[in-house]
Design a binder for this molecule. Structure first.
Ligand code: ADP
Ligand code: MG
Length: 700
C-alpha cells in the first residue's frame, strides 16, 4: 500500500454495499431488497436471481472465483464451505454462474457442528439462509454471503439467529414505549454495539516452539518475568515500529471489508494491544467482529507475528477482554440511552434506565452465563477486572438522580424539592465522568452501557442477545403498566413505576472498588450472585426464569436453550481436557527430560570439578542439582496424577462432568503448573526447551 492510500475509496471496496447494489442491480430488485429490510418481507425468486446475478458480476470483477454461505455455528467462530462459480457448458467449456436459489439458501454438510441434540443424525444436514441485513463481502477471492444456520426443523444452530430475534424483540417492545410517549415517527429501534477488541502480538517463531500456545491458545506454564506491567509503561505507550506496521495493514484490511476501525493503542500488559471500531447495528457489529478477529490473525502471520485472542495467554499479566458497548437508537438516529433536554425526554430516559437495571438485576445469572467459558475463567473472578459479581456503575450524578427518585428527597444540586419524573429536567449528566471505575462489570458511560465481562475470543452475539432480551422484557412489562393510563395521570403513574423499579433493583448499583474483598461480602448481603467460574455459572443457564424470559420474548425455543446449555458444558470439558493432555505431553516430552539433562550436566560438572580441583566447593551445582531432581520427581507425581484423572473421567451427566473438570482436572493442572514454574526459574536457559515469558512478552 502506497503512502497516499485513498481511504474513502478503499473503505468498503470488498463489500457489496448499498452503493454497489445500486450499480449492479436492476432498480426493481434494489427496491425489493430495500423493502425486504424495512418490512421484513421475503424476496421473490426473480429479485433473488437478479441480486445473485449482480453480486456475481461484482464479485467476478473483483477477482472472486468462489462463493460461500458464511455462518456462525455454536463453536463461536465462523464457518464456510466454498463452491466455485463454474458451470459446464457444451464443448467442454465453462461459464460462471450463481443463482438466486444459491444466494438465499445453502445446505452445508454440517453434521459435525455442535447441535446439542437438536439434529438427529438421520436429518444431519442443516441449511443456511441469506441474512439480507448484512452485506456480502469478498475475502481471499471468495464471495462470502452472511447467513443464518438452522436445522431442517427450523431450530437455530447458530449465534446469528437468536441475535436477530432478540433485536426484533427489543424493537417491538421499545416501540410500544415510544408510542406511549407520543412518538409516532420512529419506525424501528435498533440495538447498537461497539466492541473494543484486545489482543496480544508475539513473534511467530517463538509461538511455534510452544505446543501449549499452538494447541490451547494460552501458555500452560511459564515463570513470571522480572518485569511485568508494574511500571504501567506499556498502556497507551508509543507503538513500536513492527507493531505499527501491523496496525497500519490491519486497519487497511478492515477498512476494505467495511469495518469502521477507529482506535488503536497499546494495552496494559506488555505485548497487549486494542482495536476499537465505531459502533454499528448489533447484527453487523457482530459479523464484523468475527471478521476482524480472523483478519487480525491473518495480517499478523504476514508480519511474522501471531495474534493471540485468548483471554489469558500469559498468567501474571492482564488478560484480554472485549468491552461491548451497547445502546438503543431509533431509525431516526436518536439514542434512547441519552439523557434529554426536556422533562419528557428525561422521563423516557429514566424509564429505559430503569428497564435496563431491572433486566440486569433480575437476570444476573443469565448475563454471567453469556460470558462463561473456560478461557474467561482466568479473568472473571480471578484477581483482575472485572469481578464475577454483576453490578452496574452509573457515575455519581446519575446515581444521585436515582436516589432522589427513590427517596423523594432533594437532588443535591436542585432547589425545587425532589425530582419528579416527567416534570423536572435532569441535571446535566457529564458524558465522561472522571472516575470511570474500571473495576465495574457494567458501566454507564454517558449514552451507552459498557459490558466489560466478555472475553476477547468470544462471539459478542451471545451477550448482545441477552442484553437485548432482558431489555425487551422490562420494556414490555413497563408498557403494560402504562398502556391504559389517562393523559393527566401519565406522569404520576410513570413516576411511581420508575420509583418502584429503582427501589426494587437498586441493589445492583455499585460504585466502589470491585476488587475489594469487602465487596464480596457486601454483594452477598445484597443477595447478588457470585458465580466465580464456568462450572458455577452454567447450571444457572436453564433456571426456569431464564427459560421463561427467552421463550417469552421469542428468542429461543426450550429445545434451543437445552441444546446450548449442553454444548457450553461440553465445550468447557473439552477445552480443559485438551489443555490437560497438552500439559502432560509437554511434561513427558519436554520438561522431565530437559531437567534430567540439566541435572546430569550439573552432576558431571561436580565430578569434573572434584577431579580437577579436589579442594573446591561444589555448593552451587550440588544445591541446584538436588532441588531440581526433587522438583522433577514432584512434577512426575503431579503429572501421573493428572494423567490418571484424565483416564478416570466418570461416566456422568454433563453437569457432574463440568464440576469434575473444574474441581479435579483443572485444579490439578494449577498445582502442576506451580511446580513447573519453580523448575523453570532454576533451570539454565540453554537447557529449558521452551521460550520464556520474557522472550515472548518483550520480543516484538
Ligand atoms: P472508551 O473511553 O471506553 O474507549 P469510547 O467513547 O471511545 O469509549 O467508545 C468505545 C466504544 O464504544 C467504541 O467502539 C464506540 O464506537 C462505542 N460507542 C460509542 N457510542 C456508542 C453507542 N451509543 N452505542 C454503542 N456503542 C457506542
Ligand atoms: Mg471502553
Amino acid at each position: 500500500m502506497s503512502e497516499k492510500t485513498n481511504i474513502p475509496e478503499l473503505f468498503g471496496s470488498m463489500v457489496f454495499n448499498e452503493d454497489s447494489m445500486k450499480k449492479y442491480l436492476s432498480p426493481e430488485a434494489f427496491a425489493e431488497w430495500r423493502d425486504c429490510l424495512k418490512n421484513g418481507r421475503a424476496l421473490t425468486l426473480s429479485a433473488a436471481n437478479d441480486i445473485a446475478e449482480g453480486m456475481k458480476n461484482w464479485a467476478l470483477e473483483k477477482g472472486a472465483t468462489h462463493f460461500t454461505h458464511w455462518f456462525q455455528p455454536l463453536t463461536g467462530i465462523t464457518a464456510e464451505k466454498h463452491d466455485s462459480f463454474i458451470s459446464p457448458m457444451s464443448g467442454g467449456r465453462i461459464s460462471m454462474e450463481f443463482s438466486g436459489k444459491e444466494l438465499v439458501r445453502g445446505e452445508p454438510d454440517a453434521s459435525s457442528f455442535p447441535s446439542g441434540g437438536l439434529r438427529a443424525t438421520f436429518e444431519a444436514r442443516g441449511y443456511s439462509a441469506w441474512d439480507p441485513t448484512s452485506f456480502a463481502f469478498i475475502k481471499d477471492g471468495t464471495l462470502c454471503i452472511p447467513t443464518v444456520f438452522c436445522s431442517y426443523a427450523g431450530d437455530a444452530l447458530d449465534k446469528k439467529t437468536p441475535l436477530l430475534r432478540s433485536g426484533e424483540a427489543v424493537n417491538r417492545e421499545a416501540l410500544k414505549i415510544l408510542r406511549l410517549f407520543g412518538d409516532t415517527d420512529t419506525g424501528r429501534v435498533i440495538s447498537q454495539l461497539g466492541p473494543e477488541q484486545e489482543y496480544f502480538l508475539i513473534d511467530k517463531e517463538l509461538f511455534l516452539k510452544r505446543e501449549d500456545l499452538r494447541l490451547c491458545g494460552r501458555t500452560l506454564f511459564g515463570s513470571k518475568p522480572p518485569k511485568g506491567q508494574e511500571l504501567e509503561d506499556h498502556y497507551f505507550g508509543t507503538i513500536r515500529p513492527r507493531v505499527a506496521e501491523y496496525m497500519k495493514e490491519l486497519d487497511e484490511e478492515l477498512w476494505r471489508m467495511g469495518v469502521l476501525s477507529k482506535t488503536r493503542h497499546n494495552e496494559v500488559a506488555p505485548a497487549q494491544h486494542e482495536m476499537a471500531p465505531i459502533y454499528t447495528e448489533a447484527n453487523i457489529a457482530c459479523d464484523q467482529n468475527q471478521l476482524a478477529m480472523e483478519i487480525m490473525q491473518k495480517v499478523a502471520d504476514r508480519h511474522g507475528l501471531v495474534c493471540l485472542l485468548h483471554e489469558k495467554p500469559f498468567a501474571g499479566v492482564n488478560g484480554s477482554g472485549k468491552h461491548v458497548n451497547w445502546s438503543l437508537a431509533t431509525d431516526g438516529g436518536k439514542n434512547l440511552l441519552s439523557p434529554g433536554k426536556t422533562p419528557s425526554q428525561n422521563a423516557q430516559f429514566l424509564l429505559f434506565l430503569a428497564a435496563f437495571l431491572r433486566g440486569v438485576d433480575e437476570y444476573q445469572e443469565l448475563l454471567r452465563c453469556s460470558v462463561a467459558f473456560a478461557g474467561n475463567d482466568h479473568r472473571l473472578g480471578a484477581q483482575e477486572a472485572p469481578p464475577a459479581i454483576i453490578s452496574v456503575f452509573l457515575g455519581q450524578e446519575l446515581e444521585d438522580v436515582v436516589n432522589s427518585v427513590v427517596s423523594d428527597t432533594d437532588y443535591t444540586d436542585r432547589s425545587g424539592g425532589s425530582l419528579r419524573v416527567g416534570v423536572d429536567v435532569l441535571p446535566p449528566i457529564p458524558k465522561d465522568t472522571t472516575d470511570r471505575n474500571r473495576t465495574s462489570p457494567v458501566a454507564f458511560t454517558g449514552n451507552k452501557f459498557e459490558f466489560r465481562m466478555p472475553g476477547s475470543s468470544q462471539s459478542i452475539a451471545g451477550c448482545a442477545t441477552v442484553l437485548n432480551t432482558i431489555m425487551a422484557e422490562s420494556l414490555s412489562l413497563f408498557a403494560q403498566e402504562l398502556e391504559n393510563v389517562s393523559a393527566e395521570d401519565f406522569n404520576k403513574v410513570l413516576h411511581e413505576l420508575i420509583k418502584k423499579s429503582f427501589t426494587e433493583h437498586g441493589r445492583i448499583l455499585f460504585s466502589g472498588n470491585g476488587y475489594d474483598s469487602a465487596w464480596v461480602d457486601e454483594a452477598e448481603r445484597r443477595g447478588l450472585k457470585n458465580l466465580r467460574s464456568t462450572s458455577e455459572a452454567l447450571p444457572c443457564y436453564i433456571l426456569p426464569k431464564n427459560v421463561r424470559l427467552l421463550v417469552g420474548q421469542g428468542v429461543y425455543t426450550p429445545a434451543e436453550i437445552a441444546s446450548r446449555h449442553e454444548i457450553h458444558m461440553e465445550q468447557y470439558c473439552k477445552v480443559i481436557s485438551i489443555e490437560a493432555e497438552t500439559m502432560v505431553d509437554m511434561i513427558q516430552h519436554g520438561i522431565l527430560n530437559a531437567v534430567s539433562n540439566y541435572v546430569s550436566h550439573l552432576c558431571e560438572t561436580v565430578a569434573r570439578k572434584k577431579y580437577v580441583l579436589p579442594q573446591a566447593s561444589c555448593r552451587v551445582e550440588e544445591a541446584m542439582a538436588e532441588s531440581l531432581s526433587q522438583l522433577n520427581e514432584e512434577l512426575l507425581d503431579d503429572m501421573v496424577q493428572l494423567k490418571s484423572y484424565l483416564q478416570t473421567v466418570p461416566r456422568a451427566d454433563s453437569e457432574t462432568l463440568l464440576k469434575y473438570y473444574r474441581d479435579t482436572v483443572f485444579m490439578q493442572m494449577e498445582k502442576t503448573r506451580s511446580v513447573i514454574d519453580k523448575i523453570e526459574s532454576l533451570t539454565a536457559t540453554e537447557f529449558w526447551p521452551y521460550p520464556s515469558y520474557c522472550d515472548m512478552l518483550f520480543s516484538v
